[in-house]
Design a protein around this ligand. Structure first.
Ligand code: S6P
Ligand code: ZN
Length: 189
């Protein structure tokens, strides 16, 4: 006879706030010091304490990193804040495998998902609670918190996507979200 059994789920999600729980949850934080060279004003960046947390990530990797066909589930919470006239944001990356896409869905807060292709053509999608975003394979992606409360989004991405941060550190995005007269505007850079 075949074996039949019930097993534990990989974890829990609190649908009210997107947070994850359970023994498989991993967590990381990115500080201002780790975001050197990402904001356009080095001078304004240097005025902020390097240990200030800009965003935190929680994720569940059900399979080993790099597993073809696997998926990760996670969330990112970006604190509100400014570096000069530029809002707090994620580092941003291309996936190492250029044929790996990703889903984002906003839970709380307001901001923008900035997308850029390999020809440096860039655009932004407004994020607000409930908005769902598809990051097409091959696009660099970054989230900007243009509101005055934490911005949290959930994400689902392939376990073997990999992260290319270096090209963003080196070349940046060709679009930035900055504050003009108290409101966010996108500018080409
Ligand atoms: C992973 C996914 C997110 C980001 C997170 C932090 O593919 O896009 O989990 O890792 O939002 O951003 P970044 O650019 O520092 O990885
Ligand atoms: Zn990604």
């Amino acid at each position: 006879m075949r074996e039949a059994f019930i097993r534990d789920s990989v974890g829990g999600v609190n649908w009210a706030d997107g947070s994850l729980s359970g023994p498989n949850v991993r967590e990381s934080a990115k500080t201002m010091g780790q975001l050197r060279g990402i904001f356009r004003s080095q001078e304004d960046w240097s005025l902020i304490a390097p240990d200030r947390v800009v965003y935190r990530v929680q994720w569940i990797p059900p399979v080993e990193d790099g597993t073809e066909g696997g998926l990760n589930w996670g969330n990112t919470t970006i604190e509100p804040g400014m570096v000069g006239d530029e809002y707090f944001m994620t580092h941003g990356h291309f996936h190492e495998k250029s044929n790996r896409g990703e889903f984002y869905a906003a839970v709380r807060g307001n901001g923008y998902l900035v997308l850029m292709d390999h020809n440096r053509k860039a655009w932004a999608e407004a994020m607000s609670p409930g908005s769902v975003h598809y990051v097409n394979a091959g696009l660099a992606h970054r989230v900007v918190n243009s509101g005055d409360e934490p911005l949290r989004f959930v994400a689902c991405w392939p376990s073997d996507a990999g992260h290319d941060y270096a090209s963003i550190t080196e070349h940046g995005f060709s679009l930035r979200v900055v504050c003009r007269d108290g409101a966010p505007v996108v500018i080409a850079t």
